[in-house]
Design a protein around this ligand. Structure first.
Ligand SMILES: [Ca+2]
Length: 204
């Protein structure tokens, strides 16, 4: 009987702890489902799951297009001029998230062009632009900005491409879930119950 009560209290506390810790709701943006190219501009936003991909307002318009294998990815819309496209990813509810993975592929032989990733939170650039440049790749490879897993609410990327070299794809983003007050109250109650139970057990 005693063992069962301890098990029930432990389960309640563990459950409350699990809820209070929050859980991430993940999405990998793959640009799947498009049947034709889409240029992002001041009036066109691409939405996948809970995330918007749009034009940041700087540089050239981002282009979502077939990479030649039927797979859609994100490109610079005007290539070969050395200017970059400005793309932005935010949650549709504008709450914060983490960037957990992002891939790119270089389809051309030139390596003089690049991708820059940066992160903002509440309108402030909290993770400055980090540049990635690599040789021609036979598949999409992981980029590793230092702010993977860090809280942001606005991911910016500049893709400076040459004759369609760089494409960005498979962007894994996870919502940052803040425990709700009612969950915290439940946790406090669970811990309180356990403490009280332990005190009673220890009482002579
Ligand atoms: Ca894709």
């Amino acid at each position: 009987m005693m063992v069962r009560r301890v098990a029930v209290v432990a389960a309640v506390v563990a459950g409350a702890c699990l809820l209070a810790s929050g859980h991430a709701v993940g999405t990998t943006i793959t640009f799947t489902g498009l049947t034709g190219p889409m240029t992002l501009d001041s009036s066109t936003t691409y939405t996948e799951g809970d995330y918007d991909v749009d034009w940041s307002g700087g540089g050239q318009h981002p282009l979502i297009a077939d990479d030649g294998s039927g797979n859609y990815a994100l490109w610079d819309s005007v290539t070969g001029d050395g200017r970059g496209t400005g793309a932005r990813i935010r949650r549709t509810d504008r709450e914060s998230f983490t960037l957990d993975a992002i891939q790119a592929r270089n389809f051309a032989s030139g390596t003089a062009f690049f991708i820059v990733l940066s992160g903002r939170l509440d309108g402030v650039e909290v993770y400055a632009g980090e540049q990635f440049s690599f040789a021609t790749s036979s598949d999409y490879i992981d980029l590793a900005p230092s702010f993977l897993g860090k809280e942001i609410d606005d991911l910016r990327m500049i893709i400076v491409s040459y004759h369609g070299s760089y494409a960005v794809d498979n962007i894994e983003v996870n919502a940052v879930v803040i425990p709700e007050p009612v969950t915290m109250a439940g946790l406090a109650l669970g811990v309180g119950c356990l403490a009280s139970y332990v005190r009673r057990r220890r009482a002579p």
